[in-house]
Design a protein around this ligand. Structure first.
Ligand code: PLP
Length: 277
């Protein structure tokens, strides 16, 4: 398996960085995950714009132009396959461990690809559990500092669930590694963009699909009590696309099967992917 590290393509086992890297010592870096369908990067410009925003948030310059990123990532993709690209930029290797930014360091740039397995089972969905959102106030930055997300997801997994659905001050934010949609009173709803959530690219695509197909949708504050009225609940992300949640906190959602709106969006999402090939 070939990965990219600081200008070189290497076997994964040969890709090594210093223990003084700011990513290792402080989680001082940002990342992106970009799906590629049939070997073609999906909504690359959107992902690179979000990367620019994340870098701006941590006051790090993008070491590459969007065109350079395309050139760097393309050789990692296997012809015709569905894969996801992980890329990460840290502030680099500093001479000593000091919280404040080091002077004149070169960012560490890493990228690798892995397989992708979207949910496509119309008969079964996943279970989720609600939790208090214990994260920080910069959730719109795709920072590699993911300890809260790791602990939340692990707690969900230990309860036999696929995702932790997070609430802050009684309102839905997102999942530990996903955005969340619900169908409430026939309207597809999701939390509005704010520093409390990551602006998911899959989230954008779903809202676009809703608008194009005249399916009522709304970005709005969603209280925990509203979720209890939901006829459908979904989690969305680049690597998992749209997954129906059929049980929350041990309670079935509607009849405990993926809903009709999910089935429709699953199909529309696949059609949209095909149209970009
Ligand atoms: N929210 C969080 C916290 C995430 O980690 C992710 C990505 O995995 C998402 C939302 C979904 O974003 P995207 O659809 O761009 O993958």
């Amino acid at each position: 398996e070939t990965v990219y590290l600081n200008g070189e393509y290497l076997a994964l086992a040969d890709a090594k960085i210093s223990v003084m890297d700011r990513g290792f010592l402080f989680g001082d870096g940002v990342y992106e995950v970009i799906p590629a369908y049939a070997g073609k990067l999906f909504r690359l410009e959107d992902h690179l714009e979000r990367l620019d925003n994340s870098l701006k948030s941590i006051r790090l310059q993008n070491p590459h132009s969007h065109e350079q990123w395309r050139t760097i990532l393309s050789p990692l993709l296997k012809n015709g396959q569905d894969q996801s690209v992980y890329l990460q930029i840290t502030r680099g290797v500093a001479p000593k461990r000091d919280h404040a930014f080091p002077q004149k360091v070169t960012p560490t740039v890493f990228a690798m690809v892995s397989g992708i397995t979207p949910h496509s089972d119309p008969d079964n969905g996943v279970k989720a559990v609600s939790m208090e959102d214990s994260r920080w106030k910069l959730c719109d930055t795709k920072a590699i500092t993911l300890l809260a997300n790791v602990l939340l997801r692990q707690a969900a997994v230990e309860q036999g669930c696929a995702e932790a659905i997070l609430f802050k001050d009684g309102y839905l934010t997102e999942g530990a590694a996903s955005n969340v949609f619900a169908v409430i009173d026939g309207i597809l709803v999701t939390a509005p963009k704010s520093p409390a959530i990551l602006p998911g690219i899959t989230r954008d695509v779903i809202l676009e699909i809703a608008r194009k197909n005249d399916i009522p949708s709304s970005e709005q504050a969603i209280a925990k009590a509203d979720i209890q009225k939901a006829s459908e609940l979904w989690i969305t992300s680049s690597t998992r696309e749209i997954i129906p949640v059929v049980e929350l906190d041990g309670e079935k959602i509607a009849d405990g099967k993926p809903g009709l709106v999910w089935k429709m969006f699953y199909k529309l999402f696949q059609e949209y992917k095909q149209s970009l090939r």
